[in-house]
Every structure is written in structure tokens, then in C-alpha cells.
Design a protein. Structure first.
Length: 135
């Protein structure tokens, strides 16, 4: 009985808390920008990413041969019960992301989980909708 209660408690904690460190592969489902540059938009629509989720941060690695590659580490700044929100700011732009608070649960239900990324500066706003899957 005691073992069953401990097992149930561990399961509840795992479902209620954000994912332990795990890396996912993500494809761009949609891209939006203010730019009229069709080549720029097309390049961004083909971007692929890896997303590494931990309790305190999400690291996004952009894998693109045509639109520039890079890595951004987002600090988790808020959770609302269903979503986690991350932020990263530097001298060039403000970056935000949103993803399910428990990606594994959504992944099991849908076969993927969504992530939105936004990069905003004084000259532009770009946003990506990603669908992420287990590696």
C-alpha cells in the first residue's frame, strides 16, 4: 500500500512539473514577418530546430543552411498551469517563447507539441510556430 502511494505521488509530481531535461527535434509549421523579402520568409519557413527543455530554461538551436544558425537560451519567467513562457534579451532584440508546461503529455496525446518563438527589435518582428517531436 505504501509503495503504491509513493508511486502515485511520483507520477503526479512528474505530470504536474515541467519536463526534466530532454531534447526534441522541431520543424517550422508557420513563419510570419513584416519583411517583404520573399526569399527571407521562404528560408525561415524551412528552418529546423532542436529544443532542450529543463525546469528553469529552454535552449533552442536553430539549424539552417540558408537563414543563419544559432543558439538561444530562454529563461523560464512564468507558468500559468498549462503553458511555460521564456524570455531572452540582448542588445539586438527581445526574444520570447511559449510551450506546454508538460510537453511530454501533449506529445503523447498529439504526437507533437507546439512551440512559438518571437524575435522583436525596433525594426522587425518575426515569429515561428514549431511542431516538436522526440528525437
Amino acid at each position: 500500500m505504501k509503495t503504491a502511494l509513493i508511486s502515485a505521488a511520483v507520477t503526479c509530481l512528474a505530470l504536474a512539473s515541467p519536463l526534466a531535461a530532454q531534447t526534441f527535434a522541431c520543424d517550422t509549421q508557420s513563419f510570419a514577418t513584416f519583411s517583404d523579402d520573399a526569399k527571407f520568409a521562404a528560408s525561415n519557413r524551412t528552418k529546423q530546430f532542436t529544443v532542450d527543455v529543463t525546469r528553469r530554461a529552454v535552449t533552442v538551436v536553430n539549424l539552417s543552411a540558408t537563414a543563419g544558425s544559432g543558439e538561444t537560451r530562454y529563461k523560464i519567467i512564468a507558468r500559468d498551469g498549462t503553458q511555460s513562457y521564456g524570455q531572452q534579451t540582448d542588445e539586438f532584440a527581445q526574444r520570447t517563447l511559449a510551450l506546454p508546461q508538460n510537453p511530454t503529455e501533449v506529445l503523447q496525446r498529439l504526437g507533437y507539441f507546439p512551440v512559438t518563438l518571437v524575435r522583436q527589435s525596433d525594426m522587425s518582428v518575426n515569429s515561428w510556430l514549431l511542431h516538436c517531436r522526440a528525437l
